[in-house]
Design a protein. Sequence first.
Length: 224
Amino acid sequence: MDNKILIAEDEANIRRVVVSTLMKAGYHTIEACDGKDALDKFEQNPDIILVVLDVMMPWLNGYQVCEQIREQSSVPILMLTALDGETDEVNGLNSGADDYVSKPFSSSILVARVQSLLRRTSVGNKENLEMGSITLRYRERMVTVNGERIMLTPKEFDLLYFFMQNKNLVLTRDQILASVWDADYFGEDRTVDTHIKCLRSKLGECGKYIVTLRKVGYKFEHQQ
């Protein structure tokens, strides 16, 4: 099965809704009822293409599960949360999540976000890029800074690739959303800012290449 999704949610009713929704959309699903169960199921099924994680779970919470998955895999991770606020988003993204869906959510929104995330993280015939101390190898989905590999989420990888492709060009938040998140993304400008904040942190000294243009957007500044 090449379309297997792991759903980790401790509330049985919500888990059944998510499973039913994704099965109707044509995906195969694996269920986990807590954080420990999620890690066990993930290790037992190396062909999982996407993970849906609830934030608040027993034994291990969604952030902890996400961090442990990220130590071994760059599989796309979508988090389900009833929490609201930038701090919660930053915590999730720093843990390695790619996107959030806030409860309550509609079935159509969930499927759209899953499909968009899978499209954006699929490997295509794209070029490798090297700028300054950053080397991006697209087919391996790998980024190194000063020769040291850094672990990016799939969304952070796509964001960096988009910036490097468009170096020295002014990019508005709308342009970034449309290109990196796809036109079917239902989100806010804050989503772009939050991901860029996390990406800068992981790039270390090279984070300075991403320049904020107040009231306009961002620019990846680098002169060869």
